[in-house]
Design a protein around this ligand. Structure first.
Ligand SMILES: [Zn+2]
Length: 189
């Protein structure tokens, strides 16, 4: 690929350059920018915004919102691939799953169907996101009348995704036991 070709390719996941403010005049202070972008940002959001600020500079509020959504979509994609590993290992189902956005929310489409928002977890909430996506995919894959998935190999009962001690696991509810970490279900070794 020639250089001229490569720079014409628009990077897929960066903040749109037209939304960046011109970096002229005095450097913008992070704290002031942060208050403008998210007035009541908690410590986690603030940490996330600081990384964005260091990477992209004092972008507009809209651009920060887009960056947040893109980070959620990236996270949702990673969670989908983890949960699909469980599905592929423990069932014959091979749904067509796509992740994108609709009306500034994450959308996960399963065989053409979806409910939005499909995942609300923040970009830094990886465990919550995994449980949320597992729950969503479980619902979409099972449908209304489908057989339960996944099933406890010991009790033959449907499992539930749950956060247990900061880990995302498949949980067998009636007997309160963990079957596997999400992403390792049905793994033999
Ligand atoms: Zn069980």
């Amino acid at each position: 690929m020639r250089l001229q070709d490569s720079w014409r390719v628009r990077p897929r996941r960066t903040v749109e350059s037209q939304n960046r403010r011109p970096m002229t005049g005095r450097p913008v202070d992070f704290e002031r920018w942060c208050t403008e972008v998210a007035l009541d940002a908690g410590p986690e959001l603030k940490g996330w915004l600081r990384e964005l600020f260091e990477r992209e500079g004092p972008v507009s509020k809209e651009a920060a919102g887009s960056a947040y959504l893109l980070a959620q979509i990236d996270l949702a994609e990673r969670c989908v691939s983890v949960v699909l590993r469980d599905l592929h290992r423990t069932s014959g189902k091979r749904p067509d799953v796509a992740v994108d956005d609709l009306e500034e929310r994450v959308r996960i489409t399963v065989d053409g169907g979806c409910q939005t928002p499909s995942m609300m977890a923040a970009p830094w909430d990886q465990t919550d996101a995994l449980v949320e996506v597992a729950d969503y995919l479980q619902g979409e894959v099972m449908g209304n009348e489908g057989p339960a998935w996944p099933v406890c190999p010991t009790h033959d009962l449907g499992l539930h995704p749950l956060v247990v001690a900061d880990r995302a696991v498949w949980w067998c509810e009636p007997t309160s036991h963990e079957v596997a970490e999400i992403g390792t279900l049905g793994r033999t070794s």
